[in-house]
Write a protein that binds this ligand. Structure first.
Ligand code: ADE
Length: 420
């Protein structure tokens, strides 16, 4: 893949709105780390993270990721597990896997450099139309419009758009409005200014119109008592709820964990064996069944440790957590199934719900299992109901707060749909 020059189109006279907006951006932009130098790689990582995550939430993940992998080459040279570990907590792990694949492709085919045009960038794994255009304009000055959710809202208000922003037709119409006023030498700052306005001033529910530098050119502001009525809001869809059962199989200070298949939901992350509770099924039965199906092992002394709740962007999940010791037939270990100490698990990439289980297993007030195993401290749902020594109740251990954004969790059909 050869680097291409940014397409050379003649400079255009920007609209007054575009000029004022870019000038405002130069003064008011937040000092975000990917803005300090126009490093295409850093802009790329930031855009991938910002696709599903708000700026403030994305910042610590961005800093950690680029500190760990400061260049395309560094990223390409890492193992999958290292990349997923560095991404841990940011959710939507398919983003990290594709970023990694794309970095490897760039090292193989283009000397580790990003191509300069949106058209070539879009051919990389995980790089869609928006990200390609954002990188091309922000890093290389290509005069293309990059429109994400915030920008769409801004443009919809400027034009008093009445259509559904989810449709390709309306998106194309709004992109054309911006393209007509795109300042050619400043396409990057203009695109970023539109996003910045959407994130800091032209807010979804309570737009701060008195602070808006381009209110003079906004139809929603000039013509409506309540500009926040544009765009039309789609009714919120309620999220489905999924119930799962998990077994913390514990032996001599180690827990059994498994790696999820590479390509699917939360692919490549490690978790405790378990799966979906079938309709009408007893959670303990589901735990035993899942363990048997997945590892062909049975469990002794199963104790009910209570529930962990996790909210994903598309559904919520309640996991019933059980703990026990392996029966006579021990589960076979492999490259995707191993016994780990808590410290070893700390070094593996794990999903958010598994992180919550581990945190609660290690909470003060837990206990060492009968064989000096890792501590457990999740409040038992039915104290004494299991055959293993019952864990100490941990005060306030139920009702775990939810984390957002987070990737759907679940082996096979545990969650509805694939990881976005
Ligand atoms: N959202 C998406 N990309 C962004 C950027 N470059 N700056 C601020 N917010 C963004």
């Amino acid at each position: 893949m050869e680097p291409e020059p940014a397409s050379a189109s003649p400079p255009r006279a920007p609209s007054r709105r575009a000029r004022v907006l870019v000038a405002w951006f130069r003064h008011h932009r937040r000092p975000l780390p990917w803005r300090s130098r126009r490093d295409p790689y850093r802009i790329w990582v930031a855009e991938v993270l910002l696709q599903q995550t708000r700026v403030r939430q994305a910042l610590p993940y961005y800093e950690r990721f680029v500190a760990r992998f400061p260049s395309v080459r560094a990223l390409a040279g890492a193992s999958r597990s290292e990349v997923l570990k560095a991404w841990e907590g940011a959710g939507y792990y398919a983003r990290a896997r594709r970023l990694h694949d794309a970095a490897r492709l760039l090292v193989r085919t283009n000397g580790g450099r990003l191509p300069r045009s949106a058209g070539s960038l879009e051919r990389l794994p995980g790089v869609g139309r928006y990200i390609a255009r954002a990188i091309a304009s922000l890093a290389f000055g290509e005069p293309v419009v990059a429109l994400e959710a915030n920008g769409l809202r801004v443009a919809a208000r400027w034009t008093r758009e009445t259509g559904d922003l989810g449709t390709a037709r309306v998106r194309a119409r709004l992109a054309a409005v911006l393209a007509a006023e795109l300042p050619t030498p400043d396409a990057g700052p203009f695109n970023e200014a539109v996003m910045e306005l959407g994130e800091t001033v032209c807010l979804p529910r309570a737009p701060r119109c008195p602070d808006c530098p381009v209110a003079f050119a906004c139809r929603a502001y000039r013509e409506l008592a309540d500009p926040s009525r544009v765009p039309r809001r789609a009714p919120r869809r309620s999220r489905p709820h999924v119930r799962g059962a998990v077994v913390v199989l514990t032996d001599r200070g180690r827990w059994l964990v498994q790696r999820r298949p590479a390509g699917g939901l939360l692919g490549g992350l490690w978790e405790f064996p378990g799966g979906k509770i079938e309709p009408g099924e007893d959670p303990e039965h589901a735990a035993r069944r899942e363990l048997l199906e997945e590892t062909r092992a049975r469990v002794r002394g199963l104790a009910d440790l209570g529930s962990v709740h996790h909210a994903y962007s598309h559904f919520t999940v309640e996991l019933r957590v059980f703990q026990g010791r392996p029966g006579a037939r021990r589960p076979a270990t492999s490259s995707t199934r191993r016994w780990v100490t808590p410290a070893e698990l700390e070094r593996l990439p794990i999903p958010g719900a598994t992180r919550k289980i581990v945190r609660r297993l290690e909470e003060p007030g837990g206990f060492l299992d009968g064989q000096a195993g890792p501590r457990v401290g999740v409040a038992p749902r039915r104290p004494g109901s299991g055959r293993a020594p019952g864990p100490e109740p941990a005060p306030g251990a139920r009702g775990v707060p939810t984390e957002r954004p987070g990737p759907p969790r679940g082996r096979r059909a545990r969650g509805p749909g694939r990881e976005p």
